[in-house]
Design a protein around this ligand. Structure first.
Ligand SMILES: NC(=O)c1ccc[n+]([C@@H]2O[C@H](COP(=O)([O-])OP(=O)(O)OC[C@H]3O[C@@H](n4cnc5c(N)ncnc54)[C@H](OP(=O)(O)O)[C@@H]3O)[C@@H](O)[C@H]2O)c1
Length: 159
C-alpha cells in the first residue's frame, strides 16, 4: 500500500482518488478551499482517504499528484516534495491559465515548469490525455484485450 497525496480535488483529482482507494492505496487529498470542503468526497472514498491541506497532502504522500489548474503550480510547496515522485496531470489552456510566453513559444513544457518549481522532486507527466470520466470508465485489468494505453513521460526512468 502506498500513500498518495493528491493536490487538486476536481475532475481528475477525485477520479484518481477513487482509483487509488479502489486499488488498495491510501489517499490524502487537498484543494484550495480547505479540507472542510471535501467532506462529501472523503465520505464517498471511505476509510482509505482523508482530506488535508495542500502542505499536509504534499508531506503525507509517498507519491504526490499535482492536478490543479496550471496557474496554481506556483503554490505547490517544494520542501515536502524533495526527493519524491510527483505526477503532473496539468495541461495548458491560455484562456483559463493566461498566456505563458515560454509555453506559447514552445521553449518549455508544462511538466518542465512544475519541475523548475520543484527542483528536488522527480516530476513525471501522466493522466493528462484522458478525460476524467474515462479514468474509471475505461479502467481495466492488465491483460484485458484492447486495454487503453496511457502515455507516461519523464527523464527519470526509476521515477
Ligand atoms: N478534466 C479533464 O478531463 C482533464 C483531463 C486531463 C488533464 N486535465 C488537466 O488536469 C488539471 C486538473 O484538471 P481538473 O479538470 O481536475 O480541474 P478542476 O476540476 O478545475 O479541479 C481543480 C482542483 O484544483 C484545486 N486547486 C486550485 N488551485 C489550487 C491550489 N492553489 N492549491 C490546491 N488546490 C488547488 C481546486 O480546488 P478548489 O475547487 O477548492 O479551488 C480543484 O479541486 C488541469 O491542468 C487540467 O487541464 C484535465
Amino acid at each position: 500500500m502506498t500513500t498518495i497525496g493528491i493536490i487538486g480535488a476536481g475532475n481528475i483529482g477525485s477520479q484518481l482518488a477513487r482509483l487509488a482507494v479502489r486499488n488498495g492505496h491510501e489517499v490524502v487529498i487537498a484543494n484550495s478551499r480547505g479540507p472542510e470542503t471535501l467532506t462529501d468526497l472523503v465520505t464517498e472514498l471511505g476509510a482509505g482517504a482523508r482530506a488535508a491541506t495542500r502542505d499536509e497532502a504534499a508531506a503525507a504522500g509517498e507519491i504526490v499528484v499535482v492536478t490543479t489548474p496550471l496557474a496554481a503550480i506556483e503554490t505547490i510547496p517544494a520542501g515536502p516534495l524533495e526527493g519524491k515522485v510527483v505526477i503532473d496531470t496539468n495541461n495548458y489552456y491560455p484562456q483559463r491559465d493566461g498566456h505563458i510566453e515560454a509555453l506559447d513559444s514552445e521553449t518549455t513544457t508544462t511538466a518542465e515548469l512544475l519541475q523548475d518549481h520543484l527542483p528536488g522532486a522527480r516530476v513525471v507527466k501522466a493522466f493528462n490525455h484522458i478525460g476524467a470520466a474515462d479514468l474509471t470508465g475505461h479502467a481495466s485489468a492488465a491483460g484485458t484485450p484492447d486495454r487503453r494505453a496511457l502515455v507516461v513521460a519523464g527523464d527519470d526512468a526509476d521515477a
